[in-house]
Design a protein around this ligand. Structure first.
Ligand code: F3S
Length: 80
């Protein structure tokens, strides 16, 4: 996991592992936010809030996931 920019948006992104089917659109559109595991399934790349400059990419990735596996929520990833 990478450390986030301190200028954060107050939102987090995560991937629902029960829904992800490995389409990889998220990592193609927002490689700063999503990475693929050894089986091609996505997981969030940050352990904290989305940097402000990546908000649009987070929403674009969610809109382009055919499985609706990307979840955007308020809050921090301090629990990770
Ligand atoms: Fe999975 Fe959707 Fe990304 S299916 S690999 S979260 S585009």
């Amino acid at each position: 996991m990478r450390e986030a920019n301190p200028m954060t948006s107050g939102i987090t992104v995560r991937v629902d592992p029960d829904k992800c089917q490995g389409h990889a659109r998220c990592s193609a559109l927002a490689p700063e936010l999503f990475e693929l595991d050894e089986f091609g399934y996505a997981r969030q790349a940050l352990n904290s809030c989305v940097p402000s400059e990546l908000i649009d990419k987070a929403y674009m990735a969610r809109a382009n996931c055919p499985e609706e596996a990307i979840v955007i929520e308020p809050g921090s990833r301090a629990d990770l």
